[in-house]
Write a protein that binds this ligand. Structure first.
Ligand code: RP5
Length: 162
């Protein structure tokens, strides 16, 4: 699929169960991406290097998921102008509200586009990243339109007991 246009990064291997939902969407839409474990706390040098090289490597958006004191998306946004889409990973202790607050409350100047907590947020992050790329890619725009139409068509008009 060529060079990755989207980076999917996460603070820990334990985040992958959530973050792979973004990868599933990008696979469905035929978008090239890469996946990396990049921890703001445990591997700060890796975070810095990733952010420093993101523009030159051609990344168009970075999906960053983390849980708890979730500094990864905000720190990445501080290091690169590539748009960062944050995914709050659901935690055991505080159900991901801690992750959400850590990611969403960025001070003025370094925004993170924050998704919902957990798997739905990760899937929506994939869709958001695809939508950003679709502005400059007509074929992808068509695939995204078809994906959205298929979802709409799958919703029944009436509820059933099945
Ligand atoms: C965060 O701490 C990670 O993003 C993860 O959600 C959380 C727990 O990490 P592990 O202890 O499972 O490695 O940095």
């Amino acid at each position: 699929m060529g060079n990755p246009q989207i980076g999917i990064i996460m603070g820990s291997q334990s985040d992958w169960a959530t973050m792979k939902e973004a990868a599933v969407i990008l696979d469905e839409l035929g978008v090239a991406y890469e996946t990396r474990i990049v921890s703001a706390h445990r591997t700060p040098d890796r975070l810095w290097e990733y952010g420093k090289t993101a523009v030159d490597r051609g990344l168009k958006a970075i999906i960053a998921g983390a849980g708890g004191a979730a500094h990864l998306p905000g720190m990445m946004a501080s290091k690169t102008r590539v748009p960062v889409i944050g995914v709050p990973v659901q935690t055991k202790a505080l159900s991901g509200v801690d992750s959400l607050y850590s990611i969403v409350q960025m001070p003025k100047g370094f925004p993170v586009a924050t998704m919902a907590i957990g798997a739905a947020g990760a899937a929506n992050a994939g869709l958001m990243a695809a939508a950003i790329l679709a502005n400059e890619d007509d074929a992808l725009a068509d695939r995204l339109d078809e994906w959205r139409a298929a979802l709409s068509a799958s919703i029944p008009e009436e509820p059933s007991d099945d």
